[in-house]
Ligand binder design. Sequence first.
Ligand code: ZN
Ligand code: ZN
Length: 268
Amino acid sequence: MTPETSTQASLEFADSHCHLNYEGLADRVEDVLARMREVGVRRALNVCTTLSEAQSVLDTARAHDFLVCSVGVHPDYEDVVEPTVEELVRRGDHPKVAAVGETGLDYFRLKGDLSWQRERFRVHIRAARELGKPLIIHTRDAAEDTIAILKEEKAHEVGGVMHCFTENISVARQAVEMNFLVSLSGIVTFKNATQVHEVARELGLEHLMIETDAPFLAPVPHRGQTNEPAWVVHVAQRIADLKAVSLAEVAQWTSSNYTRFIEARLAS
Ligand SMILES: [Zn+2]
Ligand SMILES: [Zn+2]
């Protein structure tokens, strides 16, 4: 083992957002988790996107002490069971459920009257506040409405994470002001992602987490392949390069932010 690999093996990372129950990962999840642990990715958050997968997402998390999960219905899914506040609170009231989401607004994938999407988003925020658990926010081409609804629904009381962040630094700062962390995905390793590079450079490490969004968005040098949590190390390395800090520093900050995130409770 070279000094470099032994140093890296002693570092600890956390993948703040992956979908272990999605096709491509679900049928080989034990292998994926073993490989993840081997490279120092010690923990991960398994994210729920429909009520129909909520039980299997929870079961996967329950089977491993280093996993937690969320409950929520993704804004891109139109023809699925609509969640109520009561249903989300009932399912979210479990020690393995660390967060509510992913939820938010996506004006890129879906067009037309999206008032149902905004209403679904509000339902998630109300459930998160009732549970006292943080939110996982997905926002695409909808930053202004996302921030406005978070404010109207007092989401700062629980805070959370803006996942797979691709907005500009000003939106990142508004999110931070509302008690949110900003999570960067493999997109930060893409050459043309200059806006995300700026966020990585400008935003303090105390506000950042890292994620894969696996099985999607594999980072360089695995672009185009089925992504997996082990590769979150490439995201961390790129952030370290952009900030001109050590990989160890990025590992430590993003891991302690992850701990803070999954242990977040209503400040009462
Ligand atoms: Zn998402
Ligand atoms: Zn996701």
